[in-house]
Design a protein around this ligand. Structure first.
Ligand code: SF4
Length: 139
């Protein structure tokens, strides 16, 4: 079913086509306050179980160790996100990210398939800009 958010999300079919969840390993995803509240409510556990405060006082998703590898707290053993419908807003945009230093939006080359997302940048840009403002406390 189409939802308002779909218009602004990066389409997951590219990840599914490649059976890729590389960005969910050793994740460094920051959470907004509303992400933290929504996820905590949806899974019924306190924020400190799935996230932590960085030294700059931002909230970040926690990784867990599985077979010696670090992966997102919410990634299951089949490589699927267990909170997909409630995942952090930043996860809905990745690999399109905001470069804080150069004030640019681009597709992150950490993603092995980042070139396939370049055409999404213009569509995602307005919401990604709002997200960055939310993340850093301006909204
Ligand atoms: S919340 Fe879901 S989509 Fe986001 S990094 Fe974790 S497993 Fe991946």
């Amino acid at each position: 079913m189409w939802s308002f958010m779909d218009k602004f999300e990066v389409k997951g079919h590219i990840c599914r086509k490649h059976n890729c969840h590389y960005c969910c390993e050793e994740t460094e995803m920051l959470l907004t306050k509303s992400d933290t509240f929504r996820i905590s409510k949806s899974v019924g556990i306190p924020p400190s179980d799935f996230s932590f405060l960085t030294k700059d006082n931002y909230r970040m998703l926690r990784n867990k160790e599985v077979n010696g590898e670090k992966r997102c707290f919410f990634l299951d053993t089949n490589g699927l996100c267990t909170i997909y419908d409630n995942r952090p807003e930043g996860c809905t945009y990745y690999p399109i990210i905001w470069d804080m230093t150069n004030h640019q939006i681009f597709s992150d080359d950490y993603c092995p398939y980042h070139k396939e997302f370049v055409s999404e940048i213009d569509r995602i840009k307005p919401n990604l800009e709002l997200f960055v403002l939310k993340l850093f406390g301006y909204l």
